[in-house]
Design a protein around this ligand. Sequence first.
Ligand code: GLP
Length: 247
Amino acid sequence: MILYQAKDYKDMSRKAANIISARVILKPNSVLGLATGSSPEGTYKQLIEWYQKGDIDFSSVKAVNLDEYKGLDKDSDQSYAYFMRKNFFDHINIDLNNTYIPNGLEEDEEKECKRYDEIIESLGEVDLQLLGIGTNGHIGFNEPDTCFAKGTHCVKLKEETIRANARFFEDENLVPKYAYSMGIKNIMNAKQVLLIASGKSKANAVYETLYGDIRPEVPSTILQLHKNVIIIADEEALSVVKEKGLL
Ligand code: GLP
């Protein structure tokens, strides 16, 4: 794992955008695995700015997202499909036909998970998988569990995740209780993983990701087994690592 220390959220976002932009410049038809949440918002903003300046071309890029809430329509303003359009896709020249996200409205879980795994497979290798991290170490919506999920699956969200994500909803009761998520195997198959973390609330999860025992109870610890992981964390997110004298 390579750790880049960032000063703050802005610095983290800029560093992450630099890595993604380099990837797309070097390989214009890259397959990008993308994430939602507040962590990548600044990264997308920076990439949009560079796109507008003419520095990056997304016309041949394919994008596959990690997850989607079950029960939300792609046009609902809380859906991850809507988030991606609003915060990224609508502002760059990516072909929307080359963007993929689980269908939150599909009731048949088996059918949807199979469909999404087939899409991931058909795209070939994901060149770069961007990840945020939950306060409990979840990646995508792979919640703490007793085993690592392999492929796309339907997850019952943990109370703490619902609480953490409630800030995007009018009311905590409106946060969906289930989500479709890529599995750990899908994530581990990416050629490169780029995990970004900002703020004190992520400090323990970042410490566990870097130094914890590898266990499904803290899903991000599995990344220690991946041979090409970059973590960009800001000062607050690295505070536990520092307190323990590891930096
Ligand atoms: C959600 C998403 C994750 C994301 C996490 C952290 O649960 N499914 O992909 O990494 O939240 O979100 P944030 O970046 O807003 O802290």
